[in-house]
Design a protein around this ligand. Structure first.
Ligand code: NAD
Length: 494
């Protein structure tokens, strides 16, 4: 799949991808590289520049030098360039989708039809939002108050591998729209589309140094980047253990930090729910081979319908074809890396050893080699079992039953996470009552994964700190300022 052109550019899925950093509008190599492999079969895709402290520092220097110019660029011009980046994404949708699938294994059809259009939308949305951003002036004893959003400076953006370009642009777009400059450090298991984004941004006319892409391992490039005292904002999407390191670095420099972390979200099915819809949404939790932070991995089902729900779930899950993510007919693809498959299997085997029962799945798909994990449903799990309380980040769901609303809520809120919750019921009053008591950044009632960029997105408890989307993103990426002006001829006497 990958063919070396020269030392720096590889062809992946027919697309030329530069494996070097993008710093100050130029490609920059590192003396060391790290391997990037296909999640489908482990075949080598590329050797990627392995940045460290020197490259992180160079990227921050470039971003800092570019900051005054970009911050002073008028809103309309910034918005115009962001729209041009979106146009570039639209033009290259097929290429971006193909490279992303080759690199992270998520379904090609989702990348084509859902994810890449969404990437373009991220730029358009924040460009348009910028132009409407404002607060009505107000008066205090004749003085006017004017609220403005000043760009903060250099933003360090660190992203995970499960939805690489989508999640990166969710940060890059508002940070740039607000007038900041950026150093993006993509995840080492899926570093390729970030490099293509640098090409697209340059073609769209984004000045040198405004967007920099730093490649490398988290403990090296990432750690150096977030501890650089010249960084004004840190935004991170990833796991809780990494978040602790990053929050520590942010604390050392007293830098505002946004953390979008893991989840162990419940999907509650009450007996009065539309059971077909409940089953459909439950099976959807296997999307992206379960590597979705928001996934409702804990199915909580009212006892009276649990048997029927399980029967229909098993029937529906059996229609999911597992295989090559480039194939239109595939419903579930590979997991990101054999190490990750082993991690998923560790959780499942420990659960089975503790008495859990695998209704479906329960191990890697042996016919497809070690890269695909079978969609798995586990029952007979205790509320405090590891499999119920820890994020597996694979196609593994658990099913627990409840008899009362109170019991359902206790189970639903019974982990240290609070990212999302999905609720299926035919009773609106119940929906209102339960929603009020759920600890979650997003609650979906009789639906799943409907996301609007105007809405706040983020996690409660250990699922994160802060919210992204609309105003919340601009509030984070800006120094919000209030200017109080005295009326003409006013003399202040203390
Ligand atoms: P991870 O925490 O291992 O890595 C995320 C990023 O952090 C990578 O770019 C990595 O290189 C970098 N990193 C690692 N150590 C670092 C350090 N010491 N300093 C700076 N950077 C460092 O997470 P992952 O395995 O890539 O992603 C999966 C996790 O992300 C899951 O927990 C998932 O729930 C979470 N996630 C959350 C959301 C959300 O919006 N809440 C979305 C997607 C994924």
């Amino acid at each position: 799949m990958s063919e070396r052109h020269d030392r720096a550019v590889v062809t992946v899925a027919g697309v030329a991808v530069d494996t070097r950093h993008w710093i100050d509008g130029r490609r920059v190599a590192s003396s060391a590289t790290f391997p990037d492999a296909s999640p489908m079969d482990g075949a080598p895709l590329a050797e990627i520049a392995r940045g460290g402290a020197a490259e992180a520092s160079a990227a921050v220097t470039a971003a800092r030098a570019a900051f005054p110019g970009w911050a002073a660029t008028g809103r309309e011009e910034r918005a115009r360039i962001l729209h041009a980046i979106a146009d570039g994404v639209d033009k290259r949708t097929e290429e971006l989708a193909a490279v992303e699938t080759a690199d992270n294994g998520a379904l090609l059809r989702s990348h084509r039809r859902g994810v890449m259009p969404r990437v373009a939308h991220n730029f358009r949305f924040f460009a348009d939002w910028l132009l409407t951003l404002g607060h009505e002036d107000f008066e205090t004893r004749g003085h006017s108050n004017h609220v403005s959003w000043d760009p903060a400076g250099v933003c360090a953006l660190i992203t995970p591998w499960n939805a690489p370009l989508m999640l990166a642009t969710w940060k890059v777009a508002p940070a740039l729209a607000a007038g900041n400059t950026v150093v993006l450090k993509p995840a080492e298991w899926s570093p390729l589309t970030a490099s293509l984004l640098a090409d697209i941004a340059a073609e769209a006319g984004l000045p040198a140094g405004v967007l920099n892409v730093l490649q490398g391992y988290g403990e090296e490039a990432g750690a150096a980047l977030v501890s650089d005292p010249r960084v004004a904002r840190i935004s991170f999407t990833g796991s809780v253990p990494t978040a602790r390191h990053i929050a520590g670095a942010a604390a050392a420099n007293l830098v505002p930090v946004s953390l979008e972390l893991g989840g162990k979200s419940p999907l509650l099915v009450f007996a009065d729910a539309d059971l077909d819809l409940a089953v459909e949404l439950a099976v959807e939790q296997y999307d992206n081979a379960g590597q979705v932070c928001l996934a409702g991995t804990r199915l909580l089902v009212e006892s009276s319908v649990a048997e029927e729900f399980t029967r229909r779930f098993v029937e529906k899950a059996a229609t999911l074809r597992q295989g090559d993510p480039r194939d239109e007919a595939t419903g579930i693809g590979p997991n990101i890396h054999p190490d990750h498959v082993a991690r998923i299997d560790g959780f499942v085997q420990r659960a089975l050893a503790c008495g859990a029962r695998a209704v479906i799945g329960g191990g890697p798909n042996t016919e497809l080699g070690g890269f695909y994990y079978l969609p798995t449903l586990l029952t007979d799990v205790a509320p405090d079992a590891e499999i119920v309380t820890e994020e597996v980040f694979g196609p593994v769901l658990t099913l627990q039953t409840f008899d009362t609303e109170e019991e359902a809520l206790t189970l639903a809120n019974g982990t240290r996470f609070g990212l999302a919750a999905t609720l299926l019921t035919g009773d609106q009053e119940r929906a209102d009552r339960v929603t009020r008591q759920l600890v979650a950044g997003t609650v979906w009632v009789n639906c799943f994964f409907v996301r609007d960029l105007q809405a706040p997105f983020g996690g409660s408890r250990q699922s994160g700190i802060g919210r992204e989307g609309g105003t919340w993103s601009f509030d984070f990426y800006c120094d919000v300022k209030n200017t109080v002006t005295a009326p003409k001829g006013f003399a202040h006497h203390g």
